[in-house]
Design a protein around this ligand. Structure first.
Ligand code: AHR
Length: 643
């Protein structure tokens, strides 16, 4: 049975944050390597280690192959590496040529290749004879080594092949292009020596030519576009717990992630795998620029993650006070790298990488849901003071622990207020009911004493599934974030991406494998809010007994002049509401109406046709418009200003 509700909207406006809805990216669930980063080779630098996963070593995900009676051997080497940050390489020796001796790599659960598309192979190699006299006697010295690089199906069918000649005792970069003659979602990469001799190899890379915006060392275009479609106003990176890491030695250090890829310093990811940092700070900033989002890097506050269980009992570790000046200098250098002129030391490095213009860094997160210990406070203050003195133009974002209440939250807020931290980062993952019960959470916040970045939130439904019920709780809460957009400056759902079969955390916004992308109901909610954000809030109130099941907001985008009405219902039956557009100065006319509705238990999970997808229609508005909200729905109406 349809119930009715009165929702009043007045023309009274509040200015709200134009940056409100953004995204949280963390290299968790193989979100970077094997995810957004388009590299197709796994363990390209031979740097996987047993400290990342007990069964891993430098040769993990590589296989030695002897074709057609060929004989040879392979071994890891750490003598004369391509770069000290990339200390291991592989040596391959052929002693009987046959059809070739070499290496195979399966990528991340297979290498998806498409017929007719171009793939770029590159690697570093040098001729490598351990016994010079033998090489000279056998006539190998000075003769280049012929190799072939291939894409193959698992049954050995060659999909594409290119020959190369490796010459010289010094490391050089070699490159080839491969164009497969067939599509194969699960191919492998092969490199074969075609003559007797020995070479060393490192940084063996394979990229699709077509990346997002055709960037070199770029991003997987379908995933990057899916994220861009959220229209995020900012991107937080590189985490999460990954940012402050498993101990001080595991901090994510931005300087290790820029420059030529063979010179970057990969390391163990706090989530239990390897991070190549091929997707590093340059690529993050470039992606932000490409999609019109502000960069929001998060750096450790001089302390490590306190709740990592990867090194049991480690707890929060602190950078020694004596080392803090150097640590702080690294953070200040980030501003010069991002915003400084090309004539500055760090600005020059940005320019060298291909971006002479400044990236326009405005926000910097310092710390990630840290325990508010004295060690944290001392270090945070040192960093905060340094930024205030040297880069007052950067808005530093503090942190108030991993919950919406409790000792870290209280201590974090008190500390932030004392220091005058302009924005603090709140995190909470809670049940859908919590969101519905706390729609007034920020209505209660005092204005003028610090703003909020709700940096991580998600509704965790039973079984931590991405249900419509969870998505609607998030949508309801987002209407409250809009209403409080004068004190909540930024907000981002977390986490963003998860690779099927390699997930350390659920629920996530977007699931994917090599060829499929699965969009959760929460994704559609984020997208509808991102694409229909405003910078003015029009006072909206629900006058009904069913208020515990309804949420509403009305915003205006001052650029387009469009008015956007959002209504959320978790009622089991339809709810009839009336919108009085005449009070907003809007006359009759067309409007678009998008509805996301369905079974609250549905979750669009992998392998099934998604059932929760938005549908858009055109409405013929009348000044007093009767809108029936579907059971369990989010409705978004967008009206252009009167002509
Ligand atoms: O979003 C997943 C994790 O949740 C983040 O890394 C951490 O900050 C939080 O505990």
């Amino acid at each position: 049975m349809t119930t009715t509700a009165t929702i009043k909207v007045t023309a009274a406006k509040t200015r709200i944050s134009p940056d409100l809805f953004g995204i949280f990216f963390e290299d968790l669930n193989y979100a970077a390597d094997g995810g957004l980063y388009a590299e197709l080779i796994q363990n390209r630098s031979f740097e996987y280690q047993a400290t990342e996963q007990p069964t891993w070593n430098s040769l993990s995900f590589w296989e030695f192959t002897e074709r057609g009676g060929a004989k040879g051997m392979w071994a890891v080497s750490d003598s004369s590496p391509v770069h000290p940050n990339n200390p291991h390489c592989v040596q391959v020796r052929s002693s009987k040529t046959g059809d070739g001796v070499g290496l195979m790599n399966p990528g991340f659960d297979g290498i998806p290749v498409k017929s007719g598309e171009t793939y770029d192979v590159s690697f570093f190699a040098r001729q490598n004879y351990m016994n010079q006299a033998w090489a000279a006697d056998s006539g190998l010295e000075g003769r280049p080594m012929p190799v072939v690089v291939r894409l193959e199906s698992l049954d050995g069918t060659v999909l594409a092949e290119a020959p190369l000649q490796i010459a010289g005792r010094e490391w050089s970069r070699f490159a080839a292009t491969l164009v497969p003659n067939r599509t194969d979602p699960k191919a492998r990469f092969v490199l074969l020596l075609k003559a007797n001799g020995m070479i060393a190899l490192d940084e063996i890379s394979l990229f699709p030519r077509s990346t997002f915006r055709d960037r070199r060392n770029g991003l997987r275009s379908d995933l990057a576009q899916t994220v861009a479609d959220l229209k995020p106003r900012f991107i937080r990176f590189p985490g999460g717990c990954l940012a402050h890491g498993d101990g001080v030695s595991n901090f994510y250090r931005w300087k290790d992630t820029i420059g030529p890829i063979e010179q970057r310093k990969g390391q163990r990811n706090i989530w239990g795998y390897h991070q190549s940092v091929g997707l590093g700070y340059y690529e993050y900033f470039q992606y932000c620029e490409d999609i019109g989002a502000k960069p929001l890097p998060v750096v450790p506050a001089g302390v490590s993650c306190q709740n990592s269980d990867h090194t049991p009992g480690l707890g929060q570790q602190c950078v020694p006070i004596a080392d803090m000046p150097a640590y702080i200098q690294d953070l200040l250098d980030l501003v010069e790298w991002a915003n400084g002129p090309v004539t500055s030391k760090w600005g020059a490095k940005r320019a060298e990488a291909g971006h002479p213009l400044p990236f326009g860094l405005e926000y910097l997160g310092v710390g990630n849901e840290d325990h508010i210990t004295s060690g944290f406070q001392e270090r945070f203050k040192m960093i905060f003071d340094a930024f205030k003195a040297q880069h007052p133009e950067i808005t530093v974002i503090g942190t108030v622990g991993p919950n919406h209440s409790g000792s870290d939250y209280d201590a974090g807020w008190a500390f932030g207020r004392k220091l005058g931290v302009p924005i603090v980062d709140e995190h909470y993952y809670v049940a859908p009911d919590w969101f519905w019960d706390n729609l007034n959470f920020y209505d209660r916040y005092k204005r003028g004493t610090g703003e909020v970045y709700l940096g991580e939130y998600a509704a965790h439904d039973a079984g931590r599934r991405s249900t419509l019920r969870a998505a609607l709780a998030e949508a309801a809460y987002m209407t409250a974030l809009e209403r409080n957009g004068d004190v909540v400056r930024l907000a981002s759902y977390a986490p963003l991406l998860a690779r099927r079969g390699h997930t350390q955390w659920t629920p996530d916004l977007i699931y994917f494998d090599n060829t499929t992308i699965c969009l959760t109901p929460s994704y559609f909610v984020q997208k509808l809010f991102g694409q229909n954000a405003g910078d003015e809030y029009l006072q909206t109130s629900i006058e009904t007994e069913t208020s515990k099941v309804l949420a509403a907001s009305t915003v205006r985008d001052s650029k387009s002049g469009d008015t956007i009405v959002k209504r959320v219902s978790r009622n089991d039956a339809p709810v009839r509401t009336t919108i009085d557009f005449s009070t907003l100065g809007i006359k009759a006319g067309p409007a678009t109406c998008t509805v996301l509705a369905g079974d609250p238990n549905a979750d669009n999970s992998f392998g099934k046709a998604p059932t929760i997808v938005p549908t858009t229609t055109t409405l013929s508005l009348e000044p007093k418009y009767e809108l029936d909200l579907s059971p369990h729905s989010l409705t978004v109406i967008r009206v252009a200003p009167n002509p």
